[in-house]
Design a protein around this ligand. Structure first.
Ligand code: ATP
Length: 250
């Protein structure tokens, strides 16, 4: 089952800083929505509001029509999401397979079943069974990203968040990870939401692109629409131009 995410009138300030002023956004079920926007525009805060990790000041987030603040069982709610964190966020002291099957083990899955599950997911992201018993530090950055991806999909989530999935990778490995994200979300029928600065990722992953600027969704559309977009903010961001309406002195 895949899930539609509807965000309406979402607001969040920290002190006097209005990070999210009024966010309206729909992430259609089974599609990849990619959120772009400059550093500090509130992309991570937006994801945290959806996950219920940050309490918004106003507005609603609904999953298939159900408001997230009504979810009583936090563990069951979070089990609906898979997350690929910026930087991987693997546990250094645990072997790869225990990282991948972490949630399943916590949920009481037997050792052997959890290990089999991890090996199957590792295979899916292109890693051999031998990797299962290694420690994350023994792997290259690209392999660590694959392990993080295997962990994100291990529990067959309805929604997967990808936070800067290609940070720190070379262009070829970035391409591999982007393709895996695209293939795997399609195969699982999951709804994907990605945050990235990497325009190559946007083109590889996105069904829809949403640009966050000044606390609002400034623009939303397909990649083809983005390329023909007359909005000067979108044009500047997509083209990586120093000149334009977006403030570049920070
Ligand atoms: N818990 C917090 N307390 C105070 N300010 C916060 C908190 N979390 C985020 N902020 C502020 O909210 C703003 C948006 O942060 P956020 O991390 O969402 O940006 P971002 O768009 O994800 O940036 P980047 O692309 O650089 O990761 C920043 O100015 C940040 O300092």
């Amino acid at each position: 089952m895949s899930t539609r995410i509807e965000i309406e009138g979402l607001r969040k300030s920290f002190g006097r800083k209005h990070v999210l002023r009024e966010i309206d956004l729909i992430a259609p079920r089974g599609q990849n929505t990619v959120i772009i926007g400059g550093s500090g525009t509130g992309k991570s805060v937006l994801l945290k509001c959806i996950l219920g990790l940050v309490r918004p000041d106003g507005g609603t987030v609904r999953l298939n029509g159900e408001a997230v603040e009504d979810a009583e069982d936090r563990d069951a709610f979070l089990a609906r999401f898979g997350m690929l964190f910026q930087g991987g966020a693997l546990f250094d002291s645990l072997p790869v397979w225990e990282n991948v099957a972490f949630r399943a083990r916590r949920g009481g899955m037997k050792w052997q079943d959890a290990r089999d599950l991890a090996v199957e997911k590792l295979r899916r992201v292109g890693l051999q069974a031998e990797v299962a018993d290694q420690l994350p530090a023994e792997l290259s950055g690209g392999m660590q990203k694959r392990v993080s991806l295997a962990r994100a999909i291990a529990a067959d989530p309805e929604i997967i968040f990808f936070d800067e999935p290609t940070t720190g990778l070379d262009p070829i490995m970035s391409g591999v990870i982007n393709d895996l994200i695209r293939e795997i979300t399609a195969e699982m029928g999951a709804t994907g939401m990605t945050i990235t600065h990497d325009m190559t990722s946007v083109r590889a992953i996105a069904d829809r692109v949403a640009m966050l600027h000044d606390g609002r969704i400034r623009w939303c559309g397909t990649v083809a629409e983005m390329d023909g977009c007359a909005d000067p903010y979108v044009h500047q961001f997509v083209g990586g131009l120093a000149e334009g309406p977006i403030e570049t002195v920070r």
